[in-house]
Design a protein around this ligand. Structure first.
Ligand SMILES: Cc1cc2nc3c(=O)[nH]c(=O)nc-3n(C[C@H](O)[C@H](O)[C@H](O)COP(=O)(O)OP(=O)(O)OC[C@H]3O[C@@H](n4cnc5c(N)ncnc54)[C@H](O)[C@@H]3O)c2cc1C
Length: 499
């Protein structure tokens, strides 16, 4: 029968690009394409509606684009991924199925079990095998060292005499508190929802969060618009304000590109090349271009590498023995008077998004100091953010935010009291809690819990020389007993959704 021996290329939901290794160079007559929408995945978490819509819409739009290009696409809804593949193989009498290496540990196991041939993943600039080789060749593998290695081998922001601008790192220039002059921040285009989106939303009832409003690109064309916009209007202010937070501003000068990168709509190389080109044209300062490129070829690729290096044990790491449930103020089960949490959770509700410092120093910091269970926190964040995926969530939540890996990734916990949030935002000036107070009814919960956290884990942190100044501060506290008593009240109120 004609077409019987054509191989099937199975495109997974985060490989939505004609350039992925399994599709690159293929013509419509060479293969058939399979896309499976798994009901089990759809029901596996309490997804934010924008997250679910984004992934499914992007999958359907990509399938439609391939069909327009002449590919035969089998877009299949099935109880599980495996069921979808088996039904496809049976219907089309397929002998060979190929896929690009998936982005998750479990996905890799599934493809192996199903006998699917895999092709090396080309969605990152550093494959995890290369990362493992790099890591293997050194005693410690710091992100900064990896980033410099990437810059050099990829020849990004490099001048003949060394790193562009004469330095590798411009973090010092990039930690400005937020400007409070009421300035306008870059706007982002909203993309009109089409028939695919409307049909999708009609069959996805019962999820939480604000309905999709076209903020997140669902096609490569839209993602390229977002990239161009960011380069033209956001990049030049990205650096100085990348750590700042403002109650009235959900994105400041951040790029909003993570979901497009993580779904494969954009490749990291085109994103960083566009940023470097802006710097070379004189449209972006070195600290902004460097700060942004560091995020993409440094942090993003680093967490991808460590995920594969440390899985599967990494997902169970809980070195601080934290078992508290995710606060109701995060999940939406309760409101909160902590302005920082209310503002950030408001963005998560409205957009399925918060920027890096909000994730780390508002949500992560509170979860760390309160002792929230790492798998539960990972699960909640994964379901709540439009860019969530296990490979990026685990190192960021387990390693960076919760210090649950005992310091394998970040040598020191990212714990801080209200003073940091006060310095980097305008939240505290409009909050009923006072960041300078650690006891009493108006003490900032962050400040109280910070000291309580240090006291709870003093023995563990004693051997960490980077924690010496904090522990010295703890020992100087005259009112530690009162702080710890207040911490008990704060934790009870946090659990009860009454803070
Ligand atoms: C607790 C926690 C959870 C996180 N969860 C996710 C997640 O599920 N998915 C995700 O993509 N990012 C995650 N991050 C990283 C980072 O917060 C987001 O990538 C970023 O906020 C996305 O917004 P943006 O595109 O506007 O980023 P920008 O600030 O504009 O940064 C540019 C790009 O750099 C990359 N990047 C920057 N920092 C990181 C990082 N630490 N890890 C990986 N990539 C990075 C992203 O691709 C991002 O699009 C998490 C960080 C923390 C602390």
């Amino acid at each position: 029968m004609e077409g019987r021996s054509r191989p099937t290329v199975w495109i997974l939901g985060d490989q939505l690009n004609r350039g992925v290794a399994s599709l690159a160079g293929r013509e419509p007559r060479d293969c058939r394409v399979l896309v499976v929408e798994s009901d089990a995945k759809l029901r596996s978490k309490r997804w934010h509606i924008q997250r679910l819509h984004l992934v499914l819409s992007a999958m359907e739009h990509f399938a439609a684009e391939l069909e327009e290009d002449g590919f035969e696409v089998d877009y299949r809804r099935a109880p599980t991924m495996g069921d979808g593949l088996r039904a496809h193989v049976e219907e089309f009498h397929v002998e060979d199925v190929v896929a690009m290496e998936p982005m998750s540990w479990d996905g890799r196991g599934m493809l192996r079990r199903l006998g699917v041939e895999t092709i090396r993943n080309n969605q990152f600039l550093c494959h995890y095998d290369e990362f493992a080789e790099w890591a293997d060749s050194r005693a410690s593998f710091k992100m900064e060292d990896f980033y410099r290695w990437q810059r050099t081998r990829l020849d990004l922001l490099m001048d003949p005499e060394g790193p562009a601008g004469g330095r590798w790192n411009f973090d010092h220039e990039n930690r400005e508190p937020p400007p409070l002059d009421g300035r306008a921040w870059p706007e982002v285009s909203r993309f009109e929802l089409d028939a695919i989106d409307r049909e999708l939303l009609a069959r996805l009832p019962g999820y939480w969060g604000a309905e999709p409003d076209g903020t997140w690109p669902v096609t490569r064309e839209q993602a390229l618009v977002r990239l161009d916009e960011f380069i033209a209007t956001g990049l030049h202010t990205f650096g100085p304000h990348e750590d700042a937070m403002l109650a009235a501003e959900w994105k400041l000068a951040h790029s909003g590109l993570s979901s497009s990168l993580n779904l494969g709509l954009l490749h990291p190389s085109e994103v960083v090349e566009a940023a470097e080109a802006a710097y070379r044209r004189g449209d972006a300062s070195i600290n902004s271009a460097e700060g942004f490129i560091r995020q993409v070829i440094g942090w993003r690729e680093y967490v991808w590498g460590v995920y594969w290096l440390w899985m599967p044990d990494y997902r169970r790491a809980n070195s601080l023995g934290a078992h508290r449930r995710v606060p109701p103020a995060f999940t939406g089960a309760a409101s909160t008077e902590m302005t920082c949490v209310a503002s950030v959770i408001g963005r998560v509700h409205d957009h399925g998004y918060a920027h890096h410092i909000e994730r780390l120093m508002v949500l992560g910091n509170l979860a760390l100091t309160a002792g929230v269970d790492p798998p539960a926190m990972t699960e909640w964040m994964w379901a709540s953010f439009v860019d969530g995926a296990e490979w990026v969530m685990l190192p960021n939540v387990i390693g960076m935010a919760l210090h649950a890996d005992g310091g394998t990734m970040a040598t020191k916990p990212y714990a801080s009291g209200g003073a940091y949030i006060n310095r980097m935002s305008d939240f505290c000036s409009r909050c009923r809690y006072d960041p300078t107070k650690r006891t009493g009814p108006v003490a900032c919960p962050y400040t109280t819990l910070y000291w309580d956290f240090l006291a709870r884990h003093e023995t563990t942190f004693k051997s960490n020389h980077r924690m010496a100044p904090q522990l010295a501060g703890l020992r100087r506290l005259k009112d530690l007993a009162a702080v710890r008593a207040r911490a008990d009240e704060v934790l009870a109120a946090l659990d009860a959704g009454a803070l």
